[in-house]
Design a protein around this ligand. Structure first.
Ligand code: G6P
Length: 609
């Protein structure tokens, strides 16, 4: 979380910094700030709230410069306020930071003892004073940053600017993303490529431990011990369109509607191919996947729900025992390691601190068979795992994950088929049928999207509710969970999901006419059981909203509203059923007037515990 931009150019960089921050707002949006060196003086502007506030301030102040650093914040240490907004300053030095410095208290005490005065509640200010202390001891800026970062524990990406050295900025990273941009008119750095597309496509991914100096027409990278290192320049293929809103009102809406395309891109690797192959998961796949006895999925949030769906698939199709665990729990739990277990980490961002730590924890316990399913190729989680499957959803900007989720499911379906095949449990004709369904998935999802107008009408009624209950069974239970998560994330309506069979063991007590009950009702082997559960709701006066597959024969009646889904889609049905739930929460949030793409208190990539 938090986004960083740095620029040095022959032209005014303030518009570049602000545009970069706008693109990074998904990473955090409670305050923003920038520092520039203009006419030999360091100037800092900060504003609580969105980047738009900072932009207005910059305009009022006529801010303009050839070098600067900027930041959009998601508060960790200290409340969101102007005082805690970055950059933080020490003497003529300014620092912006993404991440968490775990030993900041110790650094702070040592610096306070030497007379440094702290003005904010942040851990970042300790970095600023620490670098300043190195400068005061005689180091130049580049060296001072390197020496200071050697003392930091935790995760960071930082950018540093000094009034005394206005010809360069210094950046460093460890455990948080940062890349350099090589432009025609200058050098840049940012938390992601999208922030730099405005000025360049040439990017250099920094490695953990790198410290880099940016000058107008050159850059230099060193390792923690000071040795120089060269890093390759990549030409980014990310299109500017992919991060523009276009005809849509919100990124979330755009991303919901991009799902057919995102799925088609993710599944392109099986187009035309008559069979699944382990190589879909990387060069070492055969070696890593062969002999796998069990699967352990580790993930957070929406990605965790993708794992829960996969458990049903892996056990029923591949007959591989599977457990799914929330990464933040697994990393601190005494568990029993097993070298024959495939550890699958799922993450749209590839940065989630808990998921990364859970993966490292599993590896440290001797679990070497690891696979990352991720939407960001160069991310920390991908680098850590021995196998990778990169979903090709394209950039997801809306904080509530949608297309990343459905493409994760596509990847997990491929994993299921691959493991089934390796275990000799996938007869050819079944494999062909599964592959055909996967290839047809984008079209099937497109059909579901056509239900939007009807869902919009339902959303009107939801918006007035305080609570909602989501029910599902089998592989659609995690879909009910995802529906509830989406609704609370963006509309702030309290929502809970239950396996429908559990209703009578507690939640039924909550059911009355004010509690809408949303049911995911695929025409699968559990449909009759689900119908009985729905009767239990009706009998208590609960109002039902049912997403029913064609042929499920649930009649519309007073208090029972039916949304007619297409025909049942077998194993992949969860991919279809999540779509109307995404739309329902989107439209409920619209009616309520919440900030759909940037819900309060949340962030897109959670790089802190
Ligand atoms: C945040 C995002 C969610 C996401 C979760 C896990 O909470 O807002 O949309 O599901 O993190 O993120 P990951 O990047 O690991 O999938």
């Amino acid at each position: 979380m938090c986004g960083i931009v740095t620029a040095i150019s022959t032209a005014d960089i303030v518009p570049v910094l602000l545009e970069g921050l706008r693109k990074l707002e998904y990473r955090g949006y409670d305050s923003a700030g920038l520092a520039i060196v203009s006419n030999g003086r360091l100037a800092r502007l900060r504003a609580a709230g969105r980047v738009a506030e900072l932009a207005a301030l910059a305009e009022r102040e006529h801010a303009s410069a050839r070098i600067g650093i900027a930041h959009t914040r998601w508060a960790t240490h200290g409340v969101p306020s102007e005082r805690n907004a970055h950059p933080h300053i020490s003497g003529g030095l300014a620092v912006v930071h993404n991440g968490i410095i775990e030993n900041f208290e110790a650094i702070k005490s040592a610096l306070q003892a030497r007379g440094y005065v702290f003005e904010s509640d942040t851990d970042t200010e300790a970095i600023a004073h620490l670098i300043h202390s190195k400068l005061a001891a005689g180091a130049d800026l580049f060296e001072a940053v390197r020496l200071a970062t050697n003392e930091l524990h935790g995760a960071y990406a930082i950018a540093v600017l000094a009034e005394a050295e206005p010809e360069r900025a210094v950046v460093a990273r460890s455990g948080a993303p940062l890349l350099l941009g090589v432009g025609e008119h200058g050098m840049y750095a940012a938390s992601d490529t999208a922030a730099l597309l405005q000025v360049t496509r040439q990017v250099i991914y920094l490695e953990d431990g790198d410290v880099a100096e940016l000058r107008l027409a050159s850059h230099r990278i060193v390792r923690p011990d000071g040795s120089s290192v060269e890093r390759e320049i990549h030409l980014s293929s990310l299109s500017a369109d992919a991060v523009e809103l276009g005809q849509f009102r919100h990124y979330m809406q755009k991303e919901i509607f991009e799902q057919p395309q995102a799925l088609a891109q993710t599944l392109e690797i099986i187009t035309g191919g008559g069979s699944v192959a382990p190589q879909l998961f990387g060069a070492r796949a055969l070696e890593v996947l062969g002999g796998v006895q069990r699967v352990l999925v580790l993930a957070c949030g929406t990605s965790y729900h993708a794992g829960l769906v996969a458990r049903y698939w892996l056990e029923s199709v591949a007959k591989v025992p599977c457990s799914v665990e929330i990464a933040s729990e697994y990393r601190y739990r005494d568990s029993v390691p097993d070298p024959d277990t495939l550890v699958v980490v799922i993450s749209q961002s590839g940065e989630t601190a808990d998921t990364l730590a859970a993966l490292k924890h599993a590896i440290a316990q001797g679990m070497q068979r690891t696979l990352a399913i991720c939407n960001v190729p160069e991310s920390a989680i991908v680098r850590e795992a021995s196998l990778r499957f990169i979903t090709r959803a394209g950039p997801e900007i809306g904080v509530a994950s949608t297309k990343a989720f459905t493409t994760q499911l596509a990847a997990l379906a491929l994993l299921t088929l691959t493991l089934a095949k390796l275990a000799g449990r996938l007869p050819e004709e079944q494999e062909a049928r599964h592959l055909q369904n996967l290839r047809h998935l984008p079209v099937a999802v497109q059909k579901v999207l056509e239900l939007e107008p009807e869902i919009e009408r339902w959303a009107q009624r939801f918006a007035a509710k305080q609570h909602a209950l989501f029910l599902g069974r089998g592989r659609h239970w995690p879909i009910a969970m995802e529906g509830a998560l989406k609704l609370k994330e963006i509309s702030y309506i309290h929502a809970e999901a239950y396996a429908a069979g559990e209703l009578k063991h507690g939640p039924l007590a909550l059911v009355d006419r004010d509690m809408p009950v949303i049911a995911v009702a695929p025409a699968d082997e559990l449909l009759e059981k689900l119908k009985s559960n729905l009767q239990e709701v009706r009998a208590r006066g609960g109002e039902l909203y049912v997403f029913a597959d064609a042929g499920s024969e649930i009649p519309e009646s007073e208090g029972v509203h039916i949304l007619h889904m297409p025909e049942h889609y077998g194993m992949l049905s969860p991919v279809l059923h999540v779509v109307p739930l995404q739309l329902l929460s989107y439209h409920a949030a619209l009616v309520k007037g919440t900030d759909v793409d940037k819900p309060r208190n949340l962030a897109k990539s959670v790089t802190v515990e």
